[in-house]
Design a protein. Structure first.
Length: 295
């Protein structure tokens, strides 16, 4: 039994059952739907299908990160139980929650001087962040101590690749990721943008692919290009999706066909309500271990 707590935010987009089975603790972000506030609790309060249907029907969504007071309340019971903590946060490239976590750590250091709290930026999001957490649970279970695990996270986090595409540009326009003009022409021409996360954990549009079938093929080609050992990749592969399971399944089928040495089947998760508030329905994201991400 490890003497520390491995922790993340709900934005790692793994199921509650999966996190529990891996002994990974989590703290919930928040979102609002038409002005009503809810915890991003992995689909427990509002199931994902209802959430994305509400967005498709025009509901207004907003998100809020975990603040310092919430981190203090969340960390305190672990420290009182004599546990150290490794908390890995959602990417600083898309959220400031890591700053709140650092404030909480400084406050708690005075109250619990014998305990250690390590805060590490995942530089990732959704189930790519989840893929990183799953690996950290493996290393913890193999006996890696908390300080070494924190260093390993910082040294290896950019090896998790995040590739996203969307078949619905309206929410990317709404969130300011693409212009209204680009969104209008993109919709008219059936353009599906292909994006990834750079070395600062920011979501960057990379390619404009015409047609859903073409972008499904292209996202798999990116895995062939960047995965560790190419088509001999033997790590895990995760996919997350927002109300477009069939598109995610099509990507998973291609990956399983072309990467025969995968560590298990591709795991398909739902994009949670925090990330989903910005992507909307129609987004598929592919995650795998590969060469170090660059700009």
């Amino acid at each position: 039994m490890s003497d520390f707590v491995l922790s993340c935010c709900s934005t790692a987009d793994l199921s509650m059952e999966h996190l529990k089975s891996r002994d990974i603790q989590y703290i919930c972000f928040h979102y609002s739907l038409n002005g009503q506030s809810y915890p991003d609790d992995l689909g427990q309060t509002i199931p994902f299908d209802r959430f994305y249907q509400a967005m498709a029907d025009g509901a207004e969504t907003k998100t809020s990160q975990v603040n310092a007071e919430e981190y203090v309340a969340y960390f305190t019971p672990f420290l009182e139980a004599g546990k150290d903590i490794l908390h890995v946060t959602l990417s600083s490239g898309i959220s400031g929650t890591i700053n709140s976590a650092h404030v909480a750590r400084q406050e708690l250091a005075e109250k619990f001087p014998d305990r250690k709290i390590f805060i590490v930026d995942s530089l990732g999001a959704s189930s790519g962040y989840g893929l990183l957490m799953d690996k950290l649970a493996d290393l913890r279970d193999e006996g890696m101590e908390v300080e070494e695990l924190a260093r390993w996270t910082e040294e290896n986090r950019l090896n998790v690749h995040h590739w996203f595409f969307s078949t619905d540009l309206s929410f990317y326009v709404k969130g300011g990721r693409i212009s209204k003009a680009s969104g209008w022409f993109g919709t008219l021409l059936n353009i599906c943008p292909l994006l990834n996360m750079d070395d600062q954990g920011r979501l960057i549009p990379r390619f404009k692919i015409r047609g859903k079938n073409a972008v499904i093929r292209e996202i798999e080609k990116k895995m062939e290009e960047f995965a560790q050992n190419g088509k001999n990749y033997d790590g895990k592969c995760y996919i997350s999706q927002s109300a477009c399971y069939e598109d995610a399944r099509a990507v998973a089928d291609l990956v399983e066909q072309n990467f025969p040495h995968l560590n298990g089947k591709v795991m398909i998760n739902s994009i949670g309500t925090t990330i989903g508030s910005h992507t909307g329905p129609g987004t598929v994201a592919l995650f795998f271990w590969g060469s170090k991400r660059e700009k």
